[in-house]
Design a protein around this ligand. Structure first.
Ligand SMILES: [Zn+2]
Length: 81
């Protein structure tokens, strides 16, 4: 899985797919944060700290609809690098 896949799941994935997202580099949980006022989305890996930010996203991501403006994913298994 790449970060592009993860972004796709954050926007359009199912509740279960979003909940089990893991960082493609280190397998850690991902923090998903959304600010309604500016339509800004941020996701950050809890392990390696890789971070991405987007402003003026086109629509409210499914992750926000399902889990609220601040959510940390709960990967089922931690992949060993
Ligand atoms: Zn990571």
């Amino acid at each position: 899985m790449t970060w592009d896949d993860i972004e796709e799941i954050i926007f359009d994935g199912s509740q279960e797919d979003i909940r089990s997202l893991a960082c493609p580099s280190c397998g850690s949980s991902i923090i998903i944060s959304y600010t309604e006022q500016t339509a800004s989305l941020m996701h950050k890996c809890k392990g390696c700290g890789l971070i991405s930010r987007y402003n003026n996203v086109a629509y409210t991501p499914n992750a926000v609809i399902y889990f609220g403006n601040n959510f940390t994913t709960q990967p089922k298994q931690v992949r060993v690098p």
